[in-house]
Design a binder for this molecule. Structure first.
Ligand SMILES: [Zn+2]
Length: 148
């Protein structure tokens, strides 16, 4: 598949049943550690995505501006940046139809880690990411607050 932001990439497809099964198996196998493992898995994937964008000439804000498009293309859900205030060091993102949120019951830790890894890489500084709303907890959408 060819993509303007990611260059030429090969995707591995996982259906939502497989994602749900994998997350349940992780919780059963690792218990409370599952959330941390998912966060770190996501952060490595996010940093890897940012590195790949950088190799394609997209860095910093230019890479951030492609996040909505990439999330939707990759099937994570419909991402929307609802607040971008670098002067105050805050970015707020809303994710609708979160695959992870619909497949788990304890929050989107892979997604939270993915955002942390991605944004930390593109801004070249460590950021924190908090999920303040989640469909897995009955909210209508997932919402992430990134503090720079
Ligand atoms: Zn969520």
């Amino acid at each position: 598949m060819n993509h303007s932001a990611l260059g030429r990439v090969r995707y591995v497809m996982l259906d939502d049943y497989s994602i749900r099964f994998m997350l349940a198996a992780m919780r059963k196998t690792f218990g409370a550690w599952s959330a941390s493992l998912r966060f770190y898995l996501g952060s490595f994937l996010g940093a890897g995505l940012a590195e790949r964008l950088e190799l394609n000439g997209l860095r910093g804000i230019s890479a951030l501006m492609r996040l909505e498009e990439i999330y939707e293309e990759m099937g994570w859900g419909k991402m929307k940046v609802v607040r971008f205030d670098p002067m105050k060091g805050i970015i707020v993102l809303v994710l609708k139809d979160s695959l992870e949120g619909m497949a788990t019951n304890d929050g989107c830790h892979i997604t939270r880690g993915h955002l942390a890894g991605f944004v930390s890489y593109v801004l070249n500084t460590r950021v924190s990411v908090e999920e303040v709303a989640c469909v897995s907890r009955g909210d209508g959408r997932c919402e992430f607050v990134i503090r720079i």
